[in-house]
Design a protein around this ligand. Structure first.
Ligand code: ADP
Ligand code: MG
Length: 241
């Protein structure tokens, strides 16, 4: 069997102790296969950010096992965790977090700057990633010369340039109007169709219904986990299976 990108088994996350003890995750088990497109929804305080931090190697669970691309992250040192994060995860945030007065292609190259990749190779890979999000012709534009949707697409290219096993997006359309949001979601659809594995947090039902799989968290537990027909993404009905 091909190993899943994410294999989380009965994880808990407890913050604080004594009276201030909070069980943010309370026995979460889930697997995400390569090529999956998963939306995570849930009310405020249900554990979404805690789960994303663990899936993104920003934090480790209190108990339970978390394997990312076969690597058990609970056993890693902080330094090893940072390496796993750089190798495995591409992050996309609500705020695009691009470097101002710096060209799109230079922004996309940034994650490669510390990996010893040569300048020409960095440029080639950054241009390839920009092409994936349809912005090769905007490579020399600085963030302020780009629309919000284009800036988020540059941020997606930056997340992809290291060829991560998983694209992790936290409310990627949260700062965008509906038109720009649609532009970004269309890019995510295309990337997923090309085989990229995507997990995104959203509070918008419309976006949750668009993913191939919808996981709802409630009180630190998986309340539901439903998958749609793979080809139905663009269908108007969007019936959950
Ligand atoms: P969501 O992202 O769904 O709003 P969170 O994962 O941020 O939920 O939080 C889940 C629970 O854990 C909440 O009760 C929250 O108050 C608590 N929590 C989150 N982070 C911390 C922290 N660093 N210290 C203490 N409690 C926290
Ligand atoms: Mg949150």
């Amino acid at each position: 069997m091909i190993r899943p990108v994410i294999d989380v088994r009965d994880i808990t996350k407890v913050y604080g102790d004594g009276d201030t003890r909070v069980r943010a995750l309370d026995g979460v088990t889930l697997q995400v296969e390569r090529g999956d497109y998963v939306a995570v929804m849930g009310p405020s305080g249900s554990g979404k950010s805690t789960l994303m931090n663990i899936l993104g190697c920003l934090d480790v669970p209190t108990t339970g096992a978390c394997l990312l691309d076969g690597v058990d992250v609970s056993s890693l040192s902080d330094e090893q965790l940072a390496l796993a994060r750089n190798r495995l995860i591409g992050f996309v945030f609500q705020a695009f977090n691009l470097i101002p007065r710096t060209s799109a292609v230079a922004n996309v190259e940034l994650p490669l700057a510390y990996s010893g990749t040569r300048a020409a190779e960095r440029r080639r890979r950054a241009m390839f990633a920009l092409d994936l999000v349809g912005l090769a012709d905007r490579a020399d534009h600085e963030p302020h010369q780009l629309s919000g949707g284009q800036q988020q697409r540059v941020a997606i290219a930056r997340a992809l340039v290291t060829e991560p096993a998983l694209l992790l997006a936290d409310e990627p359309t949260g700062n965008l109007d509906s038109h720009a949001g649609e532009e970004v979601l269309a890019v995510l659809d295309d990337l997923n169709a090309a085989g990229h594995t995507i997990v995104l947090i959203t509070h918008e039902e419309e976006i949750g219904a668009r993913a191939d799989r919808l996981i709802r968290l409630f009180d630190g537990r998986v309340a539901s986990d439903s998958r749609r027909e793979p080809r139905g993404r663009h269908a108007a009905s969007g019936v959950l299976s």
